[in-house]
Design a protein around this ligand. Structure first.
Ligand code: SF4
Ligand code: SF4
Length: 404
């Protein structure tokens, strides 16, 4: 794609990066066919190619309005378009540069600003989020249905194993998962323990930075990433095999640290090392002998591969193979490449579109009568559960450690 971006913008690292990404695009439109928002809204400007044109126009000095912002806001940053693109266009990096520019040029209405600033304050703050979730559970019976559906019932988790092993991984527990579904990380640690791998945990566990990142609070997000690097790097020096997450969105975000801080002379090298160490739980378990977890009799399940797993981390099919090797029967799922509509705070900021995508997803996941739905990310899990009659679980909790 030819561009005509002013030199003053090209001279900035962001301007140069945006120009390089734009020039890789050959306008073929293959990406449009796999974009969930284009499929639902039917407007070229709500698809990747249209959004690329909007960002190009903005960089070339075109008018930027609330309509521009709306078309970029509806993007789920699901990266389905990146998986489809034959030219390797890094759409999400371009979209993030574009969104940051629009944020500076277009003032959002008061309600939107308020909502975004509340989300940026509450979601990454593990203590505050946990307290509010506790209150929500208390008042759940009198809450309106849309809000009630977002508040999961409290679950008791077993204790983390205490056994020491020579092999060690560092587990990043994140912000919302410990309050919403504490059983997931405990199950992962128990499975790792059975395999002779010790799970180290952080006393000062906090958000990976994804929440602020996706809400365009760039500086807050980068500062959190720097803080995490300071906290985690001693574990790298200690020789942990991996920096591990059971939430595919967090694993992806940590894998992006090297990219996010590439222009920071103080942190760039360590950020890259952290990213290289980052692994989704499936990458660790797929390397191990899991025969002790084999089922006695097959169980019929549907698997939802989060976008952050299949498009972001390009790990499509890995969990599915692992589960099938353990004896699970996976039912076919139509349009498995499409987002469920959760996508960070998207379900709160774009509730109607998010719900439509979720309803489509639940319909396809349940079409062949599975006993349960498994997935790999906390956001998808609770979003899909809110629209599903059958249980939705993290796949790692299916590995039955009681039998071992
Ligand atoms: S990231 Fe997802 S929603 Fe956004 S343009 Fe690409 S396919 Fe569409
Ligand atoms: S598929 Fe890739 S090259 Fe083709 S229009 Fe989309 S982003 Fe551009």
């Amino acid at each position: 794609m030819q561009t005509n971006i002013p030199q003053s913008i090209l001279d900035t690292p962001q301007g140069k990066e945006a120009n390089d990404i734009l020039r890789a695009c050959v306008h073929c439109g293959f990406c449009t066919a796999t974009c969930p928002t284009y499929q639902e809204l039917g407007d070229e400007l709500d698809g990747p190619r249209g959004r690329i044109y909007l960002i190009k126009d903005m960089l070339e000095g075109g008018e930027v309005t609330q309509t521009t912002q709306q078309h970029l806001d509806t993007c789920l940053t699901c990266r389905a378009c990146e998986t489809t693109c034959p030219s390797g266009v890094e759409f999400v990096h371009l979209a993030e540069l574009g969104k940051a520019m629009v944020e500076k040029k277009v003032k959002r209405p008061f309600r939107q600003r308020l909502m975004r600033s509340v989300l940026v304050k509450v979601l990454p703050n593990r203590t505050l989020f946990g307290t509010l979730l506790g209150l929500g559970r208390l008042f759940r019976p009198v809450l309106p249905s849309p809000l009630k559906n977002k508040i999961p019932q409290a679950k008791k988790a077993a204790r983390f194993p205490q056994q020491e092993h020579l092999r060690k991984v560092l587990l990043i527990e994140g912000c919302v998962q410990p309050s919403m579904s504490p059983e997931i990380d405990v199950a992962a640690a128990q499975v790792l323990d059975k395999l002779g791998i010790q799970t180290l945990r952080l006393l000062q566990a906090q958000c990976c930075g994804a929440v602020e990142h996706h809400l365009n609070a760039k500086e807050a997000s980068l500062n959190r990433v720097r803080l995490n690097i300071d906290l985690w790097f001693p574990y790298v020096e200690l020789g942990v095999e991996a920096i591990l997450s059971t939430a595919s969105a967090c694993a992806l975000e940590i894998k992006e640290y090297g990219y996010l801080l590439k222009d920071d002379p103080e942190y760039a090298d360590r950020a890259k090392i952290i990213s290289d160490k980052a692994k989704d739980i499936v990458q660790v378990l797929a390397e191990e002998d899991l025969s002790m977890f084999k089922l006695d009799k097959p169980k019929r399940i549907a698997f939802h591969a989060p976008c952050t797993l299949q498009h972001g981390q390009q790990l499509n099919g890995r969990v599915e193979s692992l589960l099938m090797n353990l004896g699970y029967e996976l039912t076919p799922v139509k349009d498995a490449h499409l987002c469920c509509g959760s996508s960070g705070a998207y379900s709160i900021l774009q509730p109607e579109l998010s719900q439509t995508l979720r309803d489509n997803k639940v319909k396809h996941l349940t079409a062949h009568q599975p006993e349960l739905i498994a997935t790999a990310n906390i956001g998808c899990l609770h979003h899909i559960q809110a629209g599903s009659e059958i249980p939705v679980l993290h796949w790692v909790t299916l590995l039955d450690i009681e039998r071992v």
